[in-house]
Design a protein around this ligand. Structure first.
Ligand code: 1HA
Length: 270
């Protein structure tokens, strides 16, 4: 696939091809561990993905074939978080998690090699995960002095069940691709050399579907789990649909024309 660069960054690649955006962590020497700057760049790219109407589906992946992402870069961990050049400790990956969850487009994790720690949580949050046979999954927090009790715990438990999620976090074991498939943690396992092809195939199947239906479904799946924030997303989509109607247009047209709105002509469905 001929990926075209959308924007250049230091820690990530951000590319585009036929409606698909590809965000790839490019720190293979650290198994694609993220530092604050990596996350800032990913947030910027996700923001572009949200705004750019050409982008229908997003692939999240890592360079090198040996790791998707190994979580926070432990070499920049300081007092209170991961420390960047400004010396401020940050846990900004939590903002990225929320963006992946709420962007009204499908996000697919394409996992080769390690998906570990905060890197594992990133794939968990994606709508779908395609894994290569060499993929390895696990949480390490309780070994390295960390934990993610947010989506990393509760959403993981929704996917694999409470017992399995507690096992994953309490024991910090590693799981191979077929174990991940068995527990519903990934959607499909393919040979490493087929990973990109298969991921793009899944993207194209989604691209052939009604974008509004996909958008409504994503926010509907979220709404059940995300409380007021989830309902806000779903309700926002209801507003979007309402704005497309003649009934809503009569409302603002009457205001602009300084007359009383005439809603009589609109049906009162049973
Ligand atoms: O929990 C959170 C958060 C919670 C709440 C809010 C925000 C959070 C943000 C982040 C996180 C976390 O991510 S905590 C978990 C952090 N990650 C880890 O504990 C995984 C650390 N890495 C490993 O356990 C292993 O590297 C590995 C099982 C993934 C692979 O092992 P392997 O194949 O033996 O490779 P290894 O030799 O260990 O790694 C290759 C190189 O990559 C090493 O560098 P080198 O010695 O060659 O110079 C290694 O140090 C480096 N590397 C790997 N992972 C990381 C890393 N360097 C920094 N940070 C890493 N995470």
């Amino acid at each position: 696939i001929q990926w075209e660069t959308l924007k250049s960054y230091e820690d990530i690649l951000f590319q585009f091809h036929e409606g698909i955006a590809r965000i790839s962590i490019n720190r293979p020497h650290k198994h694609n561990a993220f530092r604050p700057q990596t996350v800032t760049e990913m947030i910027d790219a996700m923001h572009i993905c949200r705004e750019d109407v050409r982008i229908q589906v997003i692939i999240l992946t890592g360079e090198g074939g040996k790791a998707f992402c190994s979580g926070g870069d432990q070499s920049v961990r300081g007092h209170g978080g991961y420390v960047g050049e400004d010396q401020v400790p940050r846990l900004n990956v939590l903002d990225l998690q929320k963006m992946i969850r709420s962007i009204p487009k499908a996000v697919i994790a394409s996992v080769a090699g390690w998906a570990i720690g905060g890197g594992h949580v990133l794939h968990v949050i994606c709508d779908l995960t395609i894994a290569a046979e060499n993929a390895r999954f696990g949480q390490t927090g309780p070994m390295v002095g960390s934990f993610d009790g947010g989506f990393g715990a509760s959403y993981l438990a929704r996917i694999v069940g409470q017992k399995k999620a507690r096992e994953i976090w309490f024991l910090c074991d590693q799981y191979d691709a077929s174990e991940a498939l068995d527990m519903g943690l990934v959607n499909k396992v393919v040979p490493l050399e087929k990973l990109e092809e298969e991921t793009v195939k899944w993207c194209k199947k989604i691209q052939d579907k009604s974008p509004l239906a996909i958008r409504m479904l994503k926010s509907s799946f979220n709404a059940e789990l995300d409380g007021q924030a989830g309902i806000q997303e779903l309700a926002g989509n209801a507003t979007l649909l309402y704005y497309l109607s003649d009934e809503a247009k009569e409302g603002f047209n009457s205001f602009l024309e300084k007359r009383k709105p005439d809603f009589d002509k609109f049906p009162k469905f049973p």
